[in-house]
Ligand binder design. Sequence first.
Ligand SMILES: O=C(O)c1ccccc1NCC(=O)[C@H](O)[C@H](O)COP(=O)(O)O
Length: 261
Amino acid sequence: MNRLTEILATKAVEVAERRKSRSIAALDAVDGGAVRGFAAALETRIAAGGFGLIAEIKKASPSKGLIREDFNPAEHARSYQAGGAACLSVLTDAPYFQGHEEYLIAARTACSLPVLRKDFTIDPWQVAEARSIGADAVLIIVAALDDGVMREIEAAALERGMDVLVEVHDEAELERALTQLDSRLIGVNNRDLRTFETDLGVTERLAKLVPAGTLLVGESGIGAHADCARLAASGVHAFLVGESLMRQSDVTAATKALLEG
Ligand SMILES: O=C(O)c1ccccc1NCC(=O)[C@H](O)[C@H](O)COP(=O)(O)O
């Protein structure tokens, strides 16, 4: 079993358990606050001539173990905003990333940025849950889902006014994203979720294939301004960055340096 398959199997058990205690109607009755435009925040930065940064709050990962010992999501959110991030991504998966829903709530409350719930979305029920904790966007990992479930998850997000970041890793997944889904916010994950190897060349390769009107996000393995400049040469001006920023002592300065050089 590869790691993604293992993570998805664990998630299926977790979601089945969580669904028992709260219905979609009960989740929809919770006030998650007004939705903050996620894709719009990226577009605004890019239209102004900058990079659109989704800065990730990530305590640990399957590939790297514990990344940040003195972990404080609210402080990180404030530092990312001060450093110029357009959006946040917050890992909520507990078994593999030591994440928690409370981290998303704390981060979003501490700033005015739109927030992606970074988790393995396998069921539309999770979209209602994500909105109930304030999330403005959810993730669809194309490799993890069949076409029908992918469309149901997207519909659940759009009907709640949320954005969807559609994540792909190869040409076939990109084709599925473009033909099956309406969202044109597409993340190219440079990390192969089966092996955890990262290669910025994946974004460069797929960037050549996207139609006009697609907002492409380069994801994973981005560590410096030079990486952003490299991907910008392929027309990619939005980035999702976690580990390299999470390891910094001065997060605001590191975020500025990543964006401005
Ligand atoms: O980060 C991992 O090890 C990982 C393993 C398995 C599935 C997903 C994983 N990461 C999720 C992400 O996509 C990244 O957190 C995100 O793109 C940021 O990447 P990085 O800047 O390399 O931390």
